[in-house]
Write a protein that binds this ligand. Structure first.
Ligand code: SF4
Length: 190
């Protein structure tokens, strides 16, 4: 639900959803109309369809339990790099750093990444080594994501409150502008 959608928007939907469909077994058997009704207003309905497909797969292939390794997680419909690393870190406390837009923004600023190549997916995966890893993987991943959302904000970053400003090249240069990837044309939006 949180993909492309703000937390405050998701909360009432999530509460309603888990009240009606509290586990994978129920989700795998959920009526499509009920599912769509619970999702109505959130958009990107493929997420709901993938959730049900994943529940069917979890029941059939993984004994009804969400797998706790990244390869099996990625085999679930709709679960890619970001979601699988977020689950590994946040749910299973494994040493992964999920790379969402907030975390990418920190990296762009702290390392002063200024070219298309520097902000490519491949380079971002390498650049995130900047953060290192923590035994408290779940807390650490969420803390970095929050640092991006609340402190290293898209406009007017709160550098005085930032614990990594000593390492931040953008802060030293007083240049907080961000470069964006050139968008490829999408022919088929979900
Ligand atoms: S010092 Fe400022 S620009 Fe640099 S990472 Fe922190 S909040 Fe972002």
């Amino acid at each position: 639900m949180l993909q492309q959608t703000q937390v405050s928007t998701v909360i009432p939907y999530f509460k309603r959803f888990v009240q009606k469909i509290p586990n994978f077994k129920k989700l795998s058997k959920a009526n499509d109309q009920t599912l769509m009704k619970l999702w109505e207003g959130l958009g990107y309905y493929s997420r709901a369809r993938n959730l049900k497909k994943s529940a069917i797969m979890i029941n059939g292939k993984f004994g009804g339990t969400l797998p706790s390794n990244i390869e099996d997680l990625k085999s679930l419909p709709g679960v890619g790099d970001y979601t699988s690393t977020a689950i590994m870190a946040i749910a299973f406390n494994q040493k992964f750093i999920p790379l969402d837009g907030n975390v990418e923004r920190i990296l762009k600023r702290v390392l002063y990444l200024r070219s298309e190549k520097a902000i490519s997916k491949e380079n971002m995966q390498i650049s995130k080594k900047f953060f290192g890893l923590s035994e408290r993987a779940s807390d650490y991943a969420q803390a970095i994501m929050e640092l991006g959302a609340l402190v290293c904000r898209p406009t007017s970053p709160l550098c005085d409150k930032c614990p990594i400003r000593i390492n931040c090249i953008s802060y030293k240069r007083k240049d907080f502008s961000l470069i964006k990837k050139t968008k490829k044309k999408l022919s088929n939006k979900i």
